[in-house]
Design a protein around this ligand. Structure first.
Ligand SMILES: NC(=O)c1ccc[n+]([C@@H]2O[C@H](COP(=O)([O-])OP(=O)(O)OC[C@H]3O[C@@H](n4cnc5c(N)ncnc54)[C@H](OP(=O)(O)O)[C@@H]3O)[C@@H](O)[C@H]2O)c1
Length: 356
């Protein structure tokens, strides 16, 4: 896995990916092709000693990289940056082992997203990470936390649903175009959002030709969305969020319903989004009423946003589409790495969707 970063005069860095699920394999792809990365090593709990093509047969003839068994001792001065593509509950243990070694960590799980440990414990049903690590952690949504990410050593990559929800709603709260009360988020996800680990709920015959709501009123991304929207709006925001599983492989479509403050115009809406995303290389604002599909973003780091004003009911309906494994996970993690390293934020990240 050789770097071609030198031709761009980048300082090449050595990275490790821990975890070989869907998030991990997307990270390996993006990082292997990234011009600023010279080494990508892969660690696992269960696949140590196997070659990557054995774990993922689409990689035959592409790489012969071996997966190593995770052990903290491997991480003494070998890497500049480590990505944790591990489940919540596991990431906090690894972070506690690696953070004292001076490594910069980008975690894809929910373990470091919530600032208050008791909120994590209420929604995740697990013990929270140590409070000193929670204090260190910066929420890795570059569109709103770019400056903090630049100096962070522990970056909590946002959840896939949460990314879509916050990108769609935050500009309208910031510009005071909608009320902070009564916000409704209706999320739909492809099945890869549940990861590669087999389970009855993602079995083909359970999911195919069927759509279902799940974790109604108790999905763990709810407090993460509320935490960020409260921070940007400067007042407490409580939301209703209902996730749905749809029979497709990739993609998230988030539909947001907000109660308009009086006399909001299309011009107000466009100004709110344009002001928020003037310097955001991966947010695409579409024409009013031209709502995105998940396919519009597939295989890319784009988040696509459109809105319609429903004056009859005093509601704005916003839709946000993104690829859950890219802008919702591995792509955003690489975007965070770029910000952290002081590189162009879009370096090594795909913009050209796979279509149809
Ligand atoms: N899928 C998405 O769309 C998405 C989006 C945003 C965030 N995330 C988050 O990203 C992280 C990785 O997600 P994923 O989709 O890659 O999940 P996944 O496909 O299920 O992979 C998780 C990996 O974690 C490793 N692992 C280590 N300890 C484990 C344990 N005790 N139980 C199960 N797995 C263990 C396993 O890899 P080894 O066997 O190699 O150790 C496993 O392959 C999760 O925290 C997830 O919530 C996922």
């Amino acid at each position: 896995m050789e770097a071609y970063g030198k031709s761009l005069n980048l300082r090449s860095i050595r990275v490790a990916v821990i975890g070989t699920g869907y998030g991990g394999v997307e990270l390996i792809r993006l990082l292997t092709l990234h011009p600023g990365v010279s080494t990508v090593d892969v660690y696992s709990y269960s696949k140590g000693g196997e070659s990557l093509p054995f774990v993922y047969s689409h990689l035959y003839g592409v790489t012969d990289k071996n997966v190593e068994t995770y052990a903290p001792a491997h991480f003494d001065e070998r890497y500049d940056l480590v990505f944790l593509a591990t489940p919540h509950g596991v990431s906090k243990t690894i972070a506690a082992e690696l953070f004292p070694k001076g490594l910069t960590i980008i975690d894809l799980s929910g373990d470091f997203r919530l600032k208050r440990g008791h909120v994590y414990e209420a929604w995740y049903g697990k013990q929270a990470a140590p409070s000193d690590l929670l204090e260190e952690a910066v929420y890795g949504l570059p569109e709103f936390k770019r400056e903090a990410i630049k100096g962070a050593r522990l970056i909590a990559n946002p959840g896939c649903y949460a990314t879509a929800a916050i990108l769609g709603a935050a500009p309208l709260l910031l510009s005071r175009l909608i009320h902070p009360e009564g916000l409704i988020f209706d999320g739909k996800s492809g099945v890869s959002g549940a990861g590669r680990t087999p389970a009855l709920g993602v079995h083909f015959s359970e999911v195919n030709e069927s759509v279902s709501a799940y974790k109604v009123a108790r999905h763990q991304h709810t407090p993460e969305i509320e935490q960020m929207l409260s921070a940007v709006s400067g007042e407490p925001v409580t939301i209703v969020f209902t996730p749905h599983l749809v029979p497709m492989t990739r993609g998230i479509l988030m539909t947001i319903y907000g109660r308009l403050k009086k006399d909001v115009t299309d011009e107000d809406m466009e100004m709110a989004y344009t002001a928020a995303y003037r310097e955001a290389p991966f947010v695409r604002l579409r024409r009013a009423g031209d709502h995105p599909t998940t396919k519009n973003t597939s295989g890319t780091n784009w988040a696509d946003i459109a809105y319609s004003l429903d004056r009859r009911t005093g509601t704005v309906v916003v839709t946000v589409a993104l690829d859950n494994l890219l802008k919702g996970a591995a792509g955003q993690a690489v975007q965070n790495m770029n910000v952290r390293m002081g590189w162009d934020e879009s370096l090594g990240l795909p913009r050209w969707p796979v279509y149809p």
